[in-house]
Structure formats: C-alpha cells, structure tokens
Design a protein around this ligand. Structure first.
Ligand code: DQA
Length: 144
C-alpha cells in the first residue's frame, strides 16, 4: 500500500519548538522511522511538511488515486482550515488525524478540530509514537 504523511505549519521546527510540549524528536526522525516501518512491511510511505495551507490542499488533491491512506497532523490548521478539510473530503482517501500533544488539556481553541469527524481515528498526546501507532492502525485497516 501507499501511505502519505502530511505535516502542517511549524512542524519543521520539531525538536527545537517548545520541546516540553512537542518533544525532542525531529521531523526527519519521525519521517525516517515511518518510512522504515512501512518498508519493512512491504509498503511505501512518502511525507511532506508545509507551512502553507494551499500547498497542503494541493498535496491532498494530487494524492487522489495515488495513495491508499493519509496520516495527517494539520497542526494549527486543525483549528482553522475548512480548505484542508474539504480537500480530504474531496479525494475521499481515509485518514488518521495525529497530534503530538494532548490538545484536550491545552487551550480551549485547540479542542475544536475541522478534521476529527471525517477521520478514521484520532491520536493525540502520545508524542512521536502517535505516528507509529497511526501507521500500524492504517496498515491494519487496509489489510484486515
Ligand atoms: C499540534 C497541536 C496544534 O494545536 C498545534 O497548533 C500544533 C501541533 C500537535 O501536534 O500537538 O502546531 O497539532
């Protein structure tokens, strides 16, 4: 199967950015680990990060009929982006929403997501491990 991992704004700073909230693992570490896990299972996994909403929308549009499953941490766009939500709905690729931090024990504005009701599942608060768990769950969804 083919997996696409999408990371939203400021996640390029992982490792340096508020490490007490987001952890010490870098985005490269996460992407490398996920690609290794996917490959070990005979799957392919590509990842991209953008700080720009339109680039994430375009990446999702381009994923249509190219990818079987999306793992997405929309970061701050979680709480703002109807456009990214609509893109995911348009391509109809199943996705899991991931957050490193537990958004439910943070500011009230982080507790609203434009994605959760469309997602297969949501993982939050487990740090970088959340991505690995999401990949595991996605693999199982595709090959029950
Ligand atoms: C985040 C949580 C969001 O509220 C925040 O804007 C982020 C990262 C997380 O992974 O915990 O940038 O998605």
């Amino acid at each position: 199967a083919k997996f696409l991992v999408l990371h939203g704004p400021n996640l390029n700073l992982l490792g340096q950015r508020e490490p007490e909230i987001y952890g010490a693992t870098t985005l490269d570490d996460i992407n490398t680990r996920l690609a290794e896990l996917a490959q070990a299972d005979g799957h392919q996994l590509d990842s991209m990060q953008s700080n720009a909403e339109h680039e994430l929308v375009s990446a999702i549009q381009a994923a249509r009929q190219q990818y079987d499953f999306i793992l997405i941490n929309p970061a701050a766009f979680t709480h703002t982006s109807v456009a990214i939500r609509d893109a995911l709905a348009a391509v109809a690729i199943p996705f899991i929403e991931i957050h490193l931090s537990n958004v439910h024990r943070r500011e009230a504005f982080r507790q609203q997501s434009y994605f959760s009701d469309l997602a297969v599942g949501v993982i939050c608060g487990l740090g970088a491990q959340g991505y690995e768990l999401a990949l595991q769950a996605a693999t199982k969804q595709l090959n029950p």
